[in-house]
Design a protein around this ligand. Structure first.
Ligand code: PMP
Length: 446
């Protein structure tokens, strides 16, 4: 353990950084040889597991052959092959791929592409992005501006672009106090009010995580939500950006989470699962209607990043995606997700502090509550999720937590997003450690 200056890593925890030394399968090991079950795949990143030698070999081979050629002048083989592979897995019509090194960069590039699309169409006043409260799209200024994370926003407010936000779909804590289906999906139609309020001629795009990630905790919208969002965007000539940085490349049991619904985005952001953490890599995938408009207009995009299409990162992404296809890991993610969700649900019913288990595939969340039957959340000041995460760490398991609902800073959830190779026995261990951690953190601490 290395002493850490300043704040704590995960809330109430010991104030030291563990030093990660090796990874194998679903486990990480620190330099004292202590084993940790990686129940969140790093940060919803690792899909194929740690320490897969064939990926390391593909990267080393590429580095020996060609480590870098400027993206201003060149493309390279793994970049072309990976772009083709991405095209074959994204929904129909998404044809053009621009590589980045991270999810935040993909979010920035998507904003610029949305802006350029409207400029090419001679609608220069369209500049606003509408996002959702309780969302996360990255740590760079533009991405924080689109995001609806109140704490991040409050720190940076003076620098942020003037985005607008609508409520996240959150049936268990409906921000409109309605019930589905009699609500007529008010959380989607509320976008119309936001567009009208902003001035519809000024709105460029709407961005959403198809299934929420860390901040909202594997939140799924009600049936019909994305179909309604798609038709509102069409009606107002607004682009729909799906942030699949967490969900892309299989995590929810489909290649892309939006494929659970009948709505095709104009731009898709992806990153984490693309190279499963073996290299920094992200991408924006662009629908032909946007790409064609730009091609038929000025004909060039002014996106310039030194490491776009980096040969070694693309070689890692290609090797990871081939490995996923060879071992049918997306199907495995779907079936292991069903198994784990069932086991977590059983655990939740037996626990005094679990109000809901939700999510799809291996993007699951366990919602904690002080009094689940009466819908009473833990007050934020009790730092319930941080305490559970800390107890799990003591027991040799890595978790992530989030807090707050659409209407309150109170409320806690624990994210479960292990690598797709998790076995049932490892899943059982995960559930047992989580149950112990919740009991230790909340029974004793409450
Ligand atoms: N979008 C979502 C949904 C994310 O969860 C994240 C990262 N947690 C990002 C974008 C930003 O990705 P990165 O940290 O790679 O910049």
């Amino acid at each position: 353990m290395t002493k850490r200056r300043g704040g704590l890593l995960h809330g109430d925890w010991s104030g030291t950084w563990p030093v990660a030394e090796t990874g194998a399968g679903v486990y990480l090991y620190d330099r004292d040889g202590r084993q940790f079950l990686d129940a969140v795949g790093g940060a919803h990143v690792v899909t194929i597991g740690h320490g897969v030698s064939e990926i390391a070999n593909a990267m080393a081979e590429q580095a020996r052959k060609l480590a870098y050629a400027s993206s201003r002048t060149w493309v390279n083989e793994p970049q072309l092959e990976l772009a083709e592979l991405i095209r074959s897995r994204t929904p129909p019509g998404l044809v053009w791929v621009y590589f980045t090194s991270s999810g935040s960069e993909a979010a920035e590039m998507a904003m610029q592409l949305a802006r350029q699309y409207h400029l090419e169409r001679n609608e220069p006043e369209r500049h606003r992005i509408i996002g959702r409260w309780h969302s996360y799209h990255g740590g760079t200024l533009g991405a924080v501006g689109m995001g609806g994370h109140a704490v991040h926003r409050s720190r940076l407010e003076p620098y942020l672009p003037r985005a607008r936000h609508v409520a996240s779909p959150q049936c268990a804590h409906c921000p409109f106090d309605l019930n589905h289906p009699s609500c007529e999906i008010k959380c989607a139609t509320d976008l119309v009010d936001a567009i009208e309020h902003a001035g519809h001629e000024t709105v460029a795009a709407f961005i959403a995580e198809p299934i929420g990630g860390t901040t909202s905790g594997a939140l799924e919208p009600p049936t019909g939500y994305y179909e309604s969002i798609r038709s509102i965007c069409d009606e107002y000539g607004i682009l729909f950006i799906a942030d699949e940085v967490v969900t892309g490349f299989g995590r929810t049991g489909r290649d892309f989470a939006i494929q659970h619904w009948n709505a095709i985005p104009d731009l898709i952001l992806c990153s984490k699962g693309l190279a499963s953490g073996y290299a920094p890599l992200g991408a924006v995938v662009v629908h032909e209607r946007v790409a064609d408009t730009i091609r038929d207009g000025t004909g060039s995009v002014s996106l310039r990043m030194t490491y776009s299409g980096h040969p070694v990162s693309c070689a890692a992404g290609l090797a990871v995606q081939r490995h996923i296809a060879d071992l049918h890991l997306v199907d495995r993610c779907a079936s292991m997700g069903d198994y784990l969700k069932e086991r977590l649900t059983e655990m939740g019913k037996a626990s005094a502090f679990v109000s809901e288990v939700r999510g799809r595939g291996l993007l699951l969340a366990v919602e904690l509550a002080a009094e689940p039957d009466r819908g009473v959340a833990f007050p934020r000041i009790e730092r319930a999720q941080e305490r559970v995460v800390a107890e799990a760490f003591r027991r040799g398991m890595l978790l992530m937590g989030g807090s707050g609902t659409a209407s309150s800073p109170d409320g806690d959830h624990i994210l479960i997003s292990p690598p797709f190779i998790l076995t049932e026995a490892e899943g059982d261990l995960l559930v047992e450690l989580l149950q112990q951690s919740i009991a230790a953190a909340l029974v004793e601490g409450h």
